[in-house]
Every structure is written in structure tokens, then in C-alpha cells.
Design a protein around this ligand. Structure first.
Ligand code: URA
Length: 431
């Protein structure tokens, strides 16, 4: 087989076989295929697309390019979730302990934030002592014992995806639905869960701003998962404003703790319950409706919160911070953004809210940049809320970095007008 012929085949819009796709991925991972040939291949996929079978074969070939987690030593059905990335998205922090408190096995490998989106690992590391590095044995033992573990990726997972993503980034081939779907699903499949719920964000703070595109991506990921023998469902959730009221690492942990005590923001709780009820159903614990009731019960009776304490304790974190959130280090300054006219919050440019948080130090500009856990933004008003002149719309929690840039960006990102808009949070479900 020659890479040249396979590029030409895809250029001519013909379907590649499983063998051919495996050859491409193996040869590229082993450095037998150079970047310029892979770039040409990716561009032909970008223009001609792939069938669902090709996308599945691509995801599986990428999954097998590196280590694959074997979670068979964990009793029962292992569940996982994935978000395509948003602003203020702290769903994992609430969902993991919550579904574990219902008896599910939540075995999760999370990532760090980059660009305008935050990362679960950065949020967890704002809890002093929380260790994101567990070897495979300890990870399995912890999930067996307490039902939940959230760690970083320690193994060499999907090296083909790492190389391809870096290449796509510089060749204009990121925005291809088969390439995005196979990239995400290769990592999810390698992480070993039996049942996965995908939270595909759609809106001006998400990777996909168009609902039809987001739907196509969700459908393809669900199909790939099913063809690979896993239970996969997807929900499409709105990202035209941040999720919850807080953006920033320890601020989001505090909001997640409040949610686990049953006092969280409605939108965050809704997404958590929707994803959670699918996972509980797929874990065989209850029907979707009964799962909803069970999850709410665990939020109200303190068991979900207690499970967070168990999780943090098992991973070396200081649980006194979870019990008393006033212990989290605060930013040195709180600067309000005040409404200068009367009306409703009509819309927000959510991507810029994520960027403003990053300017303050809540996110990083380069992969190894430093995070300031205390900084971020706390909203007092969201879309549809009425504001009067002088009302506080949000508070900027800042230390010494990026205050002016963040303030100016946020001022432009919040739009006050005469329309009282509603946000439809759950925009679709693919099962
Ligand atoms: N996230 C991924 O993991 N891969 C993509 O291709 C796009 C977003």
C-alpha cells in the first residue's frame, strides 16, 4: 500500500477500507508518512468527508495508536462523559460524585483548559493537595472502592490524534466533522468506559456555534461509539452564556460544591441531571425517569456532597476546603461591572467571557502556562434578567494580571437591550 494512492482515492471521493485507514494511521504514527502527505490527506477528508464506517475505522485506528485502558477489573458498568468545551462548564465536578452516590462507576480522565475554555484538572487542582496523577492500578482500586476517580491522562493515549490535531491546527483542517468526531471518540474509546454521555455544546461560547453542525457532530460521535460496541448518547446544550454564575477555577469548585448540596444554579443542575440520568440508565441502575428522581434525592440528602468529600480525600485533597469554602484563597480585588443603561441582558459574547477570565490568569495561553486559581468572574445577571442603571452585572475577581483587558472585554461582551430573551438549555438529544 502507498500513502500516495490513498490520498488520491480520498481526493476522488472514494470510500477507504478499514485496512487502508489503519495503514495511514500506523504509518503516520511511526513517522513513515511525512506531515506533507498527511496534510494532503486531511484536506481531502475536509472537502470530501467520510462515511460513518470510515469515521469509525479512523477513530478505532487512532485509539489503537497508543495505550488503551482496560477497566475490566472494575466491577459493573463503567460510565464516562465528555464535553466539547464551554465557559463555566463544571459539570464533571458535580456529575462524578453524584452518579457515584447512586451506585454508578465513574472512571474519568480529564483534560486541562486551553484558550477560552477551562479544564477540569485545573479546577480540581485548586483544591490544595488534590492529586491528578494515579497509576492504572490505583485508579481501578479507587473506582472499585468509592465509585469515582477523576485523573489526568498518564498513559500514552492516542498519539496519532496528538500528531494529527497539531497538524490540523496549522493546515486549516480542524473544522471537519469526521475529523473532530474521530479525534474525540478515539480518546473516549481508549479511556475504556462502557457507557458514555457526550455533552455537545452549541452557541457563541462553544466550538460549534451552529445547531445543525453540532447535531451532525453529535450524531456521528454516537454512531462511532455504537459501531465500536459502546453505549453512547449525546445531549446538545446551549453555550450562548456561561454555565452557572462562576467562571474561574476555585470559583467554579465552590459553585460545584453548592450544587452538590442542592443549592446550585438551575442551568448547571439541569445539565448535570440530564447527563446523569442517561448514565444511570445506561449503567442499568434505573430507568431514565427513576434516575432523575434518584439523582435529585442524592443532591437533597447530602449523599452526593459526601461522595465529593470521599473523592477529594481519596486523591489527597484537603477536605477542610470542601467543608468550609471560605478557606479557598480569594483574589485581592473585586471589581464590579455596572450597568450603564436600563433594559434586559439580551445576549453575551461568551467566547470573550472565557478569554477575559484567561486574561486574569484563570486560563493559559500556552500548554505549560501557569494558572491563578483564585481569579475569575462571578455573574449577578444572566440572559433575560432585567437591569437598572447602577446594577452590578458581574464581578471581576482579580489579582495583578489582565484587569484592564478583562474589564474592557467584558464590557463589550454583555449586551443590554429591550428584548427579554430566553435561553433553551437542552437543544436536543441523540440516543
Ligand atoms: N476536540 C478534540 O479532542 N478534537 C478535535 O478535533 C476537536 C476538539
Amino acid at each position: 500500500m502507498r500513502m500516495l494512492d490513498l490520498i488520491a482515492k480520498k481526493r476522488d471521493n472514494k470510500e477507504l477500507s478499514k485496512n487502508e485507514i489503519e495503514f495511514i494511521i500506523k504509518s503516520y504514527t511511526n513517522e513513515e508518512v511525512p506531515d506533507y502527505q498527511m496534510s494532503a490527506f486531511l484536506m481531502s477528508v475536509y472537502f470530501n468527508g467520510m462515511t460513518d464506517q470510515e469515521s469509525t475505522d479512523l477513530a478505532l485506528a487512532m485509539m489503537h495508536s497508543g495505550d488503551v485502558f482496560d477497566l475490566s477489573l472494575i466491577d459493573g458498568i463503567k460510565v464516562d462523559k465528555h464535553s466539547t468545551g464551554g465557559v463555566g462548564d463544571k459539570v464533571t465536578l458535580v456529575l462524578g460524585p453524584l452518579v457515584a452516590s447512586c451506585g454508578a462507576k465513574f472512571a474519568k480522565m480529564s483534560g486541562r483548559g486551553l484558550g477560552h475554555t477551562g479544564g477540569t484538572l485545573d479546577k480540581l487542582e485548586s483544591i490544595p493537595g488534590y492529586n491528578i496523577v494515579l497509576d492504572e492500578q490505583s485508579f481501578i482500586k479507587q473506582v472499585n472502592e468509592i465509585g469515582v476517580a477523576v485523573i489526568g491522562q498518564s498513559k500514552n493515549i492516542t498519539p496519532a490524534d496528538k500528531k494529527m490535531y497539531a497538524l490540523r491546527d496549522v493546515t486549516g483542517t480542524v473544522r471537519s466533522i469526521p475529523l473532530i468526531a474521530s479525534s474525540i471518540m478515539s480518546k473516549k474509546l481508549a479511556s475504556g468506559a462502557d457507557a458514555i454521555c457526550l455533552d455537545v455544546k452549541v452557541g457563541n461560547g462553544a466550538f460549534m456555534s451552529d445547531i445543525e453542525e453540532a447535531k451532525k457532530l453529535a450524531e456521528l460521535m454516537v454512531n462511532i461509539g455504537k459501531l465500536a460496541g459502546r453505549k453512547v448518547k449525546a445531549i446538545l446544550t446551549n453555550m450562548d452564556e456561561p454555565l452557572g454564575f462562576s467562571v474561574g477555577n476555585s470559583l467554579e469548585v465552590i459553585e460545584a460544591i453548592e450544587t452538590l448540596k442542592g443549592n446550585g444554579p438551575k442551568d448547571l443542575e439541569t445539565v448535570v441531571l440530564e447527563v446523569g440520568s442517561y448514565l444511570i440508565e445506561d449503567a442499568g441502575i434505573a430507568t431514565k425517569d427513576a434516575a432523575m428522581t434518584l439523582l435529585k434525592e442524592k443532591l437533597d440528602n447530602g449523599e452526593a456532597f459526601n461522595k465529593l468529600i470521599e473523592l477529594v480525600s481519596a486523591q489527597g485533597g484537603d477536605i477542610s476546603f470542601i467543608k468550609d469554602v471560605s478557606k479557598f484563597k480569594k483574589a485581592s480585588r473585586i471589581i464590579p461591572l455596572i450597568a450603564d443603561k436600563e433594559g434586559f441582558i439580551e445576549s453575551m459574547t461568551t467566547i470573550d467571557i472565557g478569554l477575559a477570565a484567561a486574561y486574569l490568569g484563570a486560563g493559559r495561553e500556552t500548554v505549560d502556562g501557569q494558572i491563578d486559581p483564585a481569579v475569575g468572574i462571578v455573574f449577578k445577571k444572566k440572559i433575560g434578567d432585567r437591569v437598572m442603571v447602577g446594577d452590578v452585572i458581574l464581578e471581576i475577581h482579580a489579582n495583578d494580571k489582565g484587569i484592564e483587558d478583562a474589564f474592557n472585554t467584558l464590557k463589550e461582551a454583555i449586551h443590554i437591550g429591550s428584548k427579554k430573551n430566553d435561553v433553551t438549555l437542552i437543544e436536543g438529544v441523540i440516543v
